[in-house]
Design a binder for this molecule. Structure first.
Ligand SMILES: [Zn+2]
Length: 410
């Protein structure tokens, strides 16, 4: 297949523009006659298109090329400051939106509680309104937005952006990409798994990390993970890799939202810890949690359990220790399977003190196979609340130029 595609007559003008733009981006700085040769257009046609792209401030002059005597043609580059990216982190507790520029600088962000997920269509209405409000916070033109990446927990069908199954949300077969696309016309929308967006953030270019195999686990309301192998996200044959939250660590354990018993998520997630604490308080155990929840047992959260543990509450410490033990079992399995360079522990549960991290490390070391994964480093991931949303913007940068339509060209 030719690198720069030919298309139906109806779209040919736009496609030529896109081909020229992609050619500049991939070969910049480049002169007009070289572009003409590469995309198979006449030099006057390329001159007309580049004139238009210059007027739109999408490309700019990059000086004169060549050396020696004779005419030196003008070189062209894509303007790095022109494009904007929107990342959305649909978490079970909060929905966050971030708009970034070409160099990852945050131009605007917003946070709203995630409510009404039982009615996906209504929830998506409010999410798209949140995105539009966030765009309004800035003075950016919609035409400069390359795309929107919505990251959420669960199994996502890569080609269609359909949520096949999200236990945390109780969603099955929700065509999220299509539904958001309709609400955000003419912006392009893609959907990704939130743990992959987090992993993408951990491997952002400025970190210059040399690790080739990374395991990134998200410990929050639910538990999920992402694998980076040879520097690339690993999706698996049907895109469902990384579901560490649903490996069984206790066959007789609590029922999981996925329908199975004893999944890691069912016994060690933030949701599970909070539920275990509520049961203990209901049974009348002596714990500071009774005071922390102000008598409202249903209001107990995992955050409260971590607070109680920090105050040396024995019941809370036991719950945290048990969760760390199960997570250690799962991570030991991941190490034995993948032999990663680094394991990043991310998510809301990792915002608590180092005690939880140290317990996880200890149980992992105890359970991993002797001499397996002996170089693996286990550490906390980035702590910023906008990591997943920012990782999502990087995923648009990775894929943005492959979009069927860049909105500003149509
Ligand atoms: Zn499960």
């Amino acid at each position: 297949m030719a690198k720069y595609l030919s298309v139906h007559k109806k779209y040919i003008g736009n496609m030529n523009k896109r081909n020229v733009l992609n050619c500049i981006r991939e070969n910049q700085p480049i002169n007009r006659s070289a572009i003409a040769q590469m995309v198979g257009l006449s030099t006057p046609a390329v001159m007309a298109i580049t004139e238009e792209l210059l007027k739109m401030k999408i490309i700019c002059s990059a000086g004169k090329g060549g050396s020696g005597v004779g005419k030196h043609p003008e070189l062209l580059s894509v303007r790095g400051d022109h494009f904007r990216y929107i990342g959305v982190d649909v978490g079970r507790v909060n929905s966050r939106v971030v708009i970034t520029g070409q160099d990852g600088e945050i131009l605007a962000s917003s946070k709203c509680p995630t409510k009404g997920i039982e009615e996906p269509l209504h929830y998506l209405d409010s999410l798209s309104e949140q995105i539009k409000r966030t765009i309004k916070q800035t003075d950016i033109d919609w035409e400069t937005i390359v795309g929107v990446c919505v990251a959420m927990p669960g199994l996502i069908e890569e080609e269609t952006g359909t949520v096949i199954f999200s236990p945390d949300f109780g969603w099955k077969d929700i065509p999220l990409q299509k539904l958001m696309q309709e609400r955000l016309e003419p912006l392009q929308v893609m959907v990704e798994n939130a743990n992959r967006a987090q992993a993408r953030w951990e491997t952002r270019p400025e970190r210059k990390n040399k690790e080739s195999t990374i395991f990134c686990i998200g410990l929050g309301y639910g538990i999920g993970s992402a694998i980076i192998s040879n520097g690339e996200l690993y999706y698996g044959s049907s895109g469902t890799s990384g579901e560490i939250g649903h490996i069984i660590v206790n066959p007789n354990g609590a029922v999981c939202l996925c329908g199975n018993n004893g999944c890691l998520e069912a016994v060690a997630s933030g949701r599970a810890i909070a539920e275990q604490a509520r049961q203990i308080v209901k049974f009348g155990h002596d714990t500071i949690l009774c005071r922390l929840c102000g008598g409202d047992i249903e209001s107990i959260t995992a955050k409260m359990v971590f607070e109680a543990a920090a105050l040396q509450d024995e019941v809370a410490i036991k719950l945290i220790d048990q969760a760390a033990k199960y997570i250690g079992v799962a991570l030991a399995t991941a190490i034995n399977m993948l032999d990663p360079d680094t394991i990043y522990l991310c998510g809301g549960m990792m915002k608590n003190g180092d005690d939880f991290l140290e317990r996880i490390k200890k149980y992992t070391r105890e359970r991993q196979m002797h001499l397996a994964g002996r170089h693996v480093v286990i550490c906390r991931g980035s702590r910023n609340d906008l990591n997943v949303a920012c990782g999502a913007t990087l995923m648009i940068q990775d894929l943005g130029w492959k979009f069927e339509a860049l909105s500003f060209l149509y």
